[in-house]
Design a binder for this molecule. Structure first.
Ligand SMILES: Nc1nc2c(ncn2[C@@H]2O[C@H](COP(=O)(O)OP(=O)(O)OP(=O)(O)O)[C@@H](O)[C@H]2O)c(=O)[nH]1
Ligand SMILES: [Mg+2]
Length: 444
């Protein structure tokens, strides 16, 4: 199966069905009146992220997708059938762009996510809708709303937890085959790997997906070699492992070349934390190893792992470092998801009145944002101490008796309660003029 990570798709939703013009004609029913039903709704075009797809190759063969139109209305006020929606199944991690390829519409980042790309047209009203006192036989109906159509660009950015980058022949595929069950092509010529390869790595208690990306060379951002288009797959990675062939001559220069390509690519890749590993240590003479390692550490400014994809030396340490970063991100994401989880809407009065004990915990960084209103260890500035004027001693309240103002408060409360609970008096009914006159005459 070929790997395809960019596709152009023309999509069209379904048009609405037309309204129907019909009149009721039945035995013994004279002037049956308008009887035409409405048209059905056209189908939407909906994108859905599914689990078992890894490539956009389906859209190489099917570049036009169309939802069905709604059926027209029928006599006897029958509404036409709605057109079924068209579900565009895409792999998780697909980003859907406008035709310009730059305006992002939606990022299908989670399994089962659905997004309506195009809306089907509404069905037109049949003539049954337009009957009125002044027009009892409308001989017109509305046509269905037209379909929407658009061209989309789909770009797949693999959801791998970690990515392998480096020059061709750095030993990336060898590393992947060593740590996972994936079997990428391995050979001693550059650009053996032409498309990203995925493997599942298990280290201690952590499982993660590792992507082997095609090699980068100087000028990749200008399209030299395979270019930098596969770097998009590293954008979502929590951890990036930069492999450097230890048997090469100028290791620091190799490192800097790849870094320059990451900077030129942009999209935040250069700012990501990277783990640097000097590979093929089994083939480096012991006398050169320390020198090469020191040169690389100087170039990158942090710790360098020394590994070998063939002998397996140092591999577990690197995997543990990657697993640590991945676990950290997973925890952070889980916390964010928990915080953003909408609470279930209360259904009963009791639920509405009770406190929400399921309220999510506020993430740590949010708490840091909130500054305390008054610092706990606030020290008052030493001011000139002025003796306060002598206050009159408060009269002692007699035990068992409410204070003066407390009495007033109680009275106010009672009045309030009275007002609330007291029944409103019924107003005397006003007599009609005739009855009032009759009563007057009686009294006389
Ligand atoms: N001695 C030694 N050779 C290695 C090691 N890792 C890889 N090689 C060899 O290096 C050559 C290239 O290895 P690959 O794994 O294909 O390198 P790559 O980085 O995937 O190369 P591209 O796919 O072309 O980018 C192969 O001949 C491997 O046998 C290692 O740890 N030690
Ligand atoms: Mg390879």
């Amino acid at each position: 199966m070929r790997f395809l990570d960019v596709a152009k798709v023309y999509a069209q939703s379904g048009a609405g069905g037309n309204g129907c013009i019909a009149f009721r004609r039945e035995k013994f029913i004279e002037y049956g009146g308008p009887y035409g039903g409405d048209g059905g709704r056209g189908g939407d075009v909906i994108a859905e992220a599914v689990e078992n797809l890894n490539t956009l190759i389906d859209y190489r063969f099917q570049q036009h997708v169309k939802a069905r139109s709604g059926e027209g209305g029928k006599g006897k006020v029958m509404t036409g059938a709605n057109g079924p929606d068209y579900i565009m199944k895409v792999p998780v991690g697909t980003q859907i762009y406008e035709e310009d390829g730059e305006t992002l519409i939606v990022d299908m980042a989670t399994v089962g996510m659905r997004f309506r790309l195009l809306r089907g047209g509404n069905g037109g009203f049949g003539n049954h809708h337009f009957k009125s006192a002044t027009n009892q036989a409308p001989d017109f109906a509305l046509p269905g709303q037209p379909a929407e159509e658009k061209t989309f660009i789909l770009k797949l950015k693999l959801i791998a937890d970690a990515g392998l980058i480096g020059m061709p022949n750095a030993g990336k595929s060898t590393f992947l085959s060593r740590v996972s069950a994936a079997r990428p092509k391995i050979a001693d010529y550059p650009f053996t790997t032409l498309e990203p390869q995925l493997g599942v790595v298990k280290i201690d208690e952590t499982d993660f997906v590792l992507a082997d990306l095609p090699g980068l060379i100087e000028g990749a951002h200008e399209g030299v070699g395979l270019g930098d288009r596969f770097l998009g797959h590293a954008e979502r990675c929590a951890s990036i492992l930069h492999l450097i062939d230890g048997t090469g001559d100028n290791i620091a220069k190799t490192y800097k070349t790849i870094r320059a390509e990451l900077v030129a690519y942009g999209h935040g890749l250069a700012e990501k934390n990277e783990i640097v590993a000097l590979n093929k240590v089994d083939a480096i003479p012991a006398s050169e190893l320390a020198k090469k390692r020191a040169a690389l550490e100087k170039a990158c400014g942090h710790k360098v792992h020394v590994i070998s994809g063939v002998s397996g030396e140092g591999i577990n340490t690197v995997l543990r470092a990657m697993a640590k970063e991945i676990t950290q991100r997973r925890l952070y994401r889980a916390e964010r998801a928990e915080y953003n989880r909408p609470t279930a809407a209360p259904r009963t009065r009791a639920e509405r009145q009770s406190a929400n004990f399921n309220a999510p915990v506020v993430p740590k960084e949010r708490l840091q944002d909130i500054k305390p209103a008054r610092p706990a260890t606030a020290v008052k500035p030493a001011a000139k101490v002025i003796a306060p004027p002598k206050a009159k001693p408060a009269p002692k309240a007699k035990a068992g008796r409410p204070k003066g103002n407390a009495k007033v408060k109680k009275a106010v409360k009672t009045v309030k309660i009275k007002v609330r609970t007291g029944k409103a008096k019924a107003k005397p009914r006003t007599l009609s003029k005739t009855r009032a006159r009759a009563q007057k005459q009686k009294r006389r």
